[in-house]
Design a protein around this ligand. Structure first.
Ligand SMILES: Nc1nc(=O)c2c([nH]1)NC[C@@H]1CN(c3ccc(C(=O)N[C@@H](CCC(=O)O)C(=O)O)cc3)C=[N+]21
Length: 370
């Protein structure tokens, strides 16, 4: 270990090469039959991402997130609570100033177009929150609502008309789309210059490649990094584990952490020992979409925890019969981690701030306003 730490990059590379030679020479697995069959694509089989938590004890039943409700064991808490709402408010106030500076200088304001298909209650709430957030900073918004059973071509037409409208700087197609629609086809049509969600394959590709700059970085991954940076967490050289590999969160978050020079492992539904791998991490970003998946014993003492999950769980005490819970078992994690984002009030509000920021950047780029 000591040798490794002191060695020069050249020596390190040589050692790497040696290790590679050993690994190829010491074991000679027989590769039969050869993998030439087209039905076994080299990209791997597509399998449903189903998480099976294998924890021995059930998580605490009280899912309340607020640290204030846990006064009785507050002395056991080691973690600083990262206040995403407060940090997002600070960013939103800077955005509001920028929007008004733009308005008085060139008489233009940014505009976000939102396309909502279907009547999902959660999607309606998210979209309403995004539009309200736009209003509060002076960003204009326009929304197209389409019924669940509309044709895919209607969604494509809505995207195209926003693509062609020069007064629109950002286009957001709320996900998930109804089952019968081809999400890939629809997202591919969103103009690269207006892709404020950062879901276009070219934006993701440029994010993945060293030395290239995507026009937009997806909002939730950007929010995770912003929360780390504003909490003065050093990312460079740290071990980070991302739990989940979705196109919209897990994958781009792992890419972005690598661009910040973290050593990144991705844990997913087929990982054999997720808790062991996660326990190695200095920084844990969980985006699995499974309530209370990450238990206290998954964490290294002092780890930084960013909880992306917003999972609805039954809660008879709450107004709508359910409340939002993260992927991380908060009550356990606050006793182990050194910092943690709450749900709600962590990544969610910051995600919306990043959407506003991307929309402002897009408008500035369109008008060459600096
Ligand atoms: N094209 C697209 N872009 C998205 O960015 C996108 C999407 N589709 N589909 C759904 C997910 C989910 N998402 C959230 C954003 C903010 C909160 C948020 O602000 N949550 C609040 C709580 C909100 C509440 O209490 O209802 C919080 O965590 O404090 C949550 C979730 C964006 N998504």
């Amino acid at each position: 270990m000591m040798m490794m730490q002191r060695s020069s990059p050249q020596l390190w590379r040589k050692m790497g090469l040696k290790a590679f030679l050993f690994s190829t020479c010491s074991s000679t697995p027989s590769l039969s039959p050869p993998l030439v069959n087209k039905s076994l694509p080299i990209l791997g089989p597509e399998l449903p991402e189903v998480w099976i938590p294998n924890s021995s004890s059930p998580p605490p039943t009280n899912n309340r997130r607020s640290p204030f409700i846990f006064n009785h064991d507050a002395h056991e808490q080691t973690a600083v609570v990262i206040d995403g709402k407060l940090m997002a408010d600070e960013i939103r106030s800077v955005i509001a100033d920028e929007v008004s500076r733009m308005k008085s200088a060139i008489g233009k304001v940014p505009r976000l177009a939102v396309i909502l298909v279907g009547e999902r209650k959660d999607s309606q709430t998210y979209v309403r929150n995004k539009i309200k957030a736009c209003q509060e900073v002076g960003i204009m918004s326009v929304m197209t609502e389409l019924p669940e059973d509309c044709a895919e071509s209607e969604v494509l037409n809505a995207v195209s008309s926003f693509n062609e409208n020069p007064a629109v700087h950002g286009i957001l197609v709320q996900l998930p789309l109804p089952q019968h629609m081809d999400e890939e086809k629809i997202l591919n049509v969103v103009s690269l210059e207006k892709d404020v969600d950062g879901f276009h394959p070219l934006n993701i590709g440029n994010l993945a490649m060293t030395g290239r700059e995507p026009l937009f970085i997806p909002c939730t991954p950007k929010a995770c990094i912003e929360l780390l940076l504003r909490s003065n967490v050093e990312i460079m050289g740290k071990k980070a584990v991302v739990i989940g590999r979705s196109n919209i969160v897990g994958l781009p978050t792992s890419l972005l952490l690598q661009r910040h020079h973290a050593t990144v492992s991705v844990v997913h539904a087929f990982t054999k020992n997720p808790e062991e791998i996660t326990r190695e991490a200095d920084i844990v970003v969980s985006a699995a979409g499974v309530a209370n998946l990450v238990r206290g014993n998954w964490l290294k003492p002092g780890a930084i925890v960013i909880d992306v999950g917003t999972n609805p769980v039954k809660d008879p005490d709450s107004e709508y019969g359910y409340s939002l819970t993260g992927d991380v078992c908060y009550e356990e994690a606050v006793k182990v981690a050194s910092a943690i984002t709450p749900v709600p009030g962590g990544v969610g509000p910051m995600t919306i701030a990043m959407l506003l920021s991307n929309t402002l950047d897009s408008a500035k780029r369109a008008y060459r306003f600096t």
